[in-house]
Write a protein that binds this ligand. Structure first.
Ligand SMILES: C[S@@+](CC[C@H](N)C(=O)[O-])C[C@H]1O[C@@H](n2cnc3c(N)ncnc32)[C@H](O)[C@@H]1O
Length: 340
């Protein structure tokens, strides 16, 4: 896979503006399996699903051509559990040369050879989930040895110089005080950092929400420190507006104007369309999903990454584009050295 060139960035931006105007998705998340080798405390998935109905690489190519979003995400469940994951990536990349392709993983089975294969097949960004900057990660994910594996593997992969790894943390009450140490961990490992907000919609557990005045004050301080940090460095990838909205989500307990089904949606392992990972009513076309779900959707119960990056107005999206482009340039512009 060649570096993500400025021309590709322009093509992705152009596709984004076009899709915004014609009401096609900006991001589609392909959940290639709902099986997972973790059993995270904040998530409704976990464990292996027997005889899951799964579409294959050719179907992913067809859906990529059909939906043609600027941002393609491969997630799950745990996508690296699919034996044909590299073929899926390659098929999607061949179907859309000018899309930015993200693969989200817990990293349990990540190692140098599959990382290089995925990169060469067309992954632009490998998002590796990390909830704590130490062994508490194992307890939260209920997977012994995972933190140590990541601590050994990620710095090695970072040294290959592709500049495409981002650690990815859902902020919860449990890791509230680790927001800044997690950024420090990303810096130490030589990778980037991205945050999103916990939603209780997966497990119905409000215990991980941040809602007391004391905790919100801690979160506010961390968010403002991140905003300061991102002025001086390049490894915090969230635009300032998204960091502030993450804080706002916890302060208000909701975020209105969700565009699930319109600006983003999820493709299930069997190829059915669902509005998001939290509303899994199945549709066979986007039109049907918009009619039945999006037009009357009042849900404001999450501010997860797929939503935060796609539900702003065109003006705000264009305003954030230089910040996103700056991040892309630092990671993919041929100079993978970051200022830290
Ligand atoms: C569902 S996982 C699937 C991909 C992969 N198995 C992983 O762990 O990265 C994708 C992301 O969703 C996040 N997640 C899980 N439950 C969540 C919740 N209730 N609220 C916000 N994010 C959540 C995880 O932390 C992870 O970063």
């Amino acid at each position: 896979m060649a570096k993500f060139s400025p021309l590709n960035a322009l093509r992705v931006a152009g596709k984004g503006i076009r899709n915004y105007i014609i009401k096609r998705p900006l991001i589609v998340s392909f959940e290639v399996t709902l099986s997972c080798n973790c059993n995270c405390r904040h998530c409704d998935l976990g464990g292996l699903i027997k005889d899951e109905k799964q579409i294959g690489p050719d179907d992913y190519a067809r859906l990529t051509r059909l939906l043609n979003p600027p941002l393609l995400q491969i997630s799950g469940g745990e996508p690296l559990l699919r034996k044909d994951i590299v073929d899926i990536v390659r098929a999607m990349r061949q179907a859309s040369k000018a899309s930015y392709l993200i693969l989200v993983t817990n990293g349990v089975t990540l190692h140098e050879s599959n990382y290089v294969e995925l990169h060469e097949a067309g992954v632009n960004q490998l998002s590796v989930s990390l909830d704590f900057p130490d062994e508490r990660h194992d307890e939260f994910r209920r997977h012994r040895g995972l933190y140590r594996h990541l601590a050994e593997t990620i710095p090695l992969l970072a040294r290959l110089g592709y500049g495409d790894i981002i650690l990815n943390t859902a902020i919860t009450r449990a890791n509230l005080r680790e927001v800044l140490p997690l950024a420090e961990k990303a810096r130490e490992w030589g990778v980037s950092m991205s945050y999103s907000a916990y939603t209780p919609l997966r497990t119905r557990d409000k215990g991980y929400l941040i809602d007391s005045p004391e905790e919100l004050a801690v979160l506010r301080r961390s968010i403002y420190k991140l905003i300061e940090l991102r002025k001086r460095t390049t490894y915090i990838t969230n635009p300032k507006a998204i960091l502030l909205d993450t804080l706002r989500f916890f302060e208000n307990g909701y975020m209105p104007d969700c565009k699930a089904g319109i600006r983003f949606f999820v493709v299930m392992p069997d190829g059915a369309f669902v509005p998001c990972s939290l509303h899994r009513n199945k549709y066979s076309s986007q039109k049907e999903m918009i009619e039945d779900f999006s037009r009357t959707n009042q849900c404001g119960g999450c501010y997860v990454a797929i939503r935060s990056y796609s539900d702003k107005g065109l003006g705000a999206l264009l305003k954030d584009t230089p910040e996103l482009a700056k991040g892309l340039f630092h990671r993919y512009g041929g100079n993978t050295k970051r200022s830290d």
